[in-house]
Design a protein around this ligand. Structure first.
Ligand SMILES: [Mg+2]
Length: 180
């Protein structure tokens, strides 16, 4: 075990003493897998992207259309995340997000090539510095939210690692609708 990754640094001694033998064995196995994967993976972004390609979501789209579709997809995912913290019965924003999420889902599932060509034709290479900066802002917020989630349970939550796992696990789900 190396520094920062040992089971003792991940959990308090008090926690470990209360665990059953099976829970300890499970935690050690989980840690070993985590270490193995973190050593193997130096390019999480590339690995996640390749999982999405394998799943089928890259097929048939230009880079520009793919980028535009991912941004719409982001609205859908943020909406699903917002449901977990906002109560539509008590918050106007939650109701707005609910409608926006539903709309984003419908738009993302639209496989019409002409629609996406028209929808994304305003994105050009000159926009990339701005898009890059906004994507970075989005990622900063996601990383901070992940830190908050980890702090709530008193356990490290490595978002890149979880995203990689999720993308790999979802490969077999394929696309919701095959592109025409
Ligand atoms: Mg989701």
């Amino acid at each position: 075990m190396r520094d920062g990754n040992s089971i003792v640094t991940k959990h308090t001694m008090r926690e470990l003493q209360s665990w059953t033998h099976d829970e300890l064995v499970g935690a050690v196995q989980e840690l070993e897998t985590e270490i193995e994967n973190s050593e193997r993976l130096t390019d999480y972004q590339g690995e996640i992207y390749r999982a999405i390609v394998e799943r089928g979501y890259r097929k048939g789209w230009s880079a520009c259309e793919f980028l535009g579709r991912q941004i719409v997809k982001l609205y859908e995912e943020i909406g699903e995340l917002a449901y977990t913290i906002l109560d539509p019965n008590h918050c106007d924003l939650a109701r707005e997000i609910e409608m926006l999420t539903e709309q984003a889902r419908i738009v993302f599932d639209n496989q019409d090539k002409k629609y996406w060509r028209d929808a994304t034709n305003k994105i050009g290479r000159k926009d990339i510095p701005h898009i890059r900066s906004e994507l970075a802002d989005t990622q900063v917020v996601l990383f901070c939210a992940a830190q908050g989630a980890g702090q709530m349970i008193g356990k490290e939550f490595n978002l890149l690692f979880w995203a990689w796992h999720k993308a790999r696990d979802d490969i077999e789900r394929g696309v919701r609708d095959e592109p025409k």
